[in-house]
Ligand binder design. Sequence first.
Ligand code: 0WW
Length: 376
Amino acid sequence: MKFSLQAKDIHSKARAGTVTTDHGEIQTPIFMPVGTAGTVKAVHQRELKQDIDAKIILGNTYHLYLRPGLEILEKAGGLHKFIGWDRPILTDSGGYQVYSLSKVRKIKEEGVTFNSHIDGSKHLFTPEIAMDIQRTIGADIIMAFDECTPYPCDYKYAASSINMTHRWLKRCCARFDSTEPKYGFNQTLFPIVQGSVYKDLRVKSAEFIASMEREGNAIGGLSVGEPAEEMYGMTEVVCDILPYEKPRYLMGVGTPINILENIALGVDMFDCVMPTRNARNGMLFTRNGIINIGNKKWADDLSPIDAESDLHADQVYSKAYLRHLMHSKEMLGAQIATLHNLHFYLWLVKEAREKIISGEFYAWKNKMVTILGNKL
Ligand SMILES: O=c1[nH]cnc2c(CCNCC3CCCCC3)c3[nH]c(NCc4cccs4)nc3cc12
């Protein structure tokens, strides 16, 4: 994997770059649609490619390991082949999903034991197992097995948590560096900075992660309920320590405003379930603010969902029609709303990249931040 920089903003730490993988290039800043069980819910691969031009999607290690399972994925020749996606894929380590999905789990030095949320069967994830699973899935970028420190937590807990994450990282690197890709495409491992909302722990974790000299770095433990100002403060501290010439991935972030503010702090890659999850609840993000399509005010509004958008669905379907579909619990409603939100997120980061290149990013970002929160 390679990373090159094309432009840097003068009023902020925003930058425009290109990540090059064996499955293609990714222009940054980039938003990565979240796939769960091998699909971005309610969206076809063709739509991801042609309608919204998604450059990279996320695969969910925890889900894929449980269902369809590694045997089928290996038989298919990896996740790219299994789902029919020939562009880059990033998979998480499965650790975060264990915390957020499976009820019973125990965290020990060795790893995490958990009961499957599907059939209750007992499983163990360790740093080594997480590496082997992601080798079998075959994603271009794979994530270290970390502990996402819960928020809030006291200093002592946060300090012991980063020490565990750092010991697990060494085991991830040892295992990853002593195994080969299974399908002939190169894979790269990103470590993850933790430290909760404690500045000195963030410095310690960022310095340790930087010292591992991997091809890219991630920032974890944020967007877990902390106030936005805390998120920005920790991101700034970490971005100032992580190497300038490597991509920085802020995990689980976030709202459109969060993304713009973090681009200004030097973040290049983002993922979040919000555009897809909120779409299914009728919350549409637009360049003029937020539309709750279920609101009665849209019932007879026959104007296009977004007349300024180059997304076909935004042009041909009206707000009234989408509201009708959502109220009727029609599948097409979720499909249109999801496509709209992902298209908006990808438009937003592409617009940010163009403004960084043209030198207009800072003023544009401040204007957008005042508009994007509007309730329409
Ligand atoms: O420290 C972390 N370590 C590892 N993963 C984290 C994640 C999951 C990122 N998305 C993975 C995807 C992989 C493919 C399947 C789906 C998840 C986070 N998500 C959030 N906020 C989420 C949210 C923000 C707002 C609403 S939810 N904070 C996170 C912090 C960490």
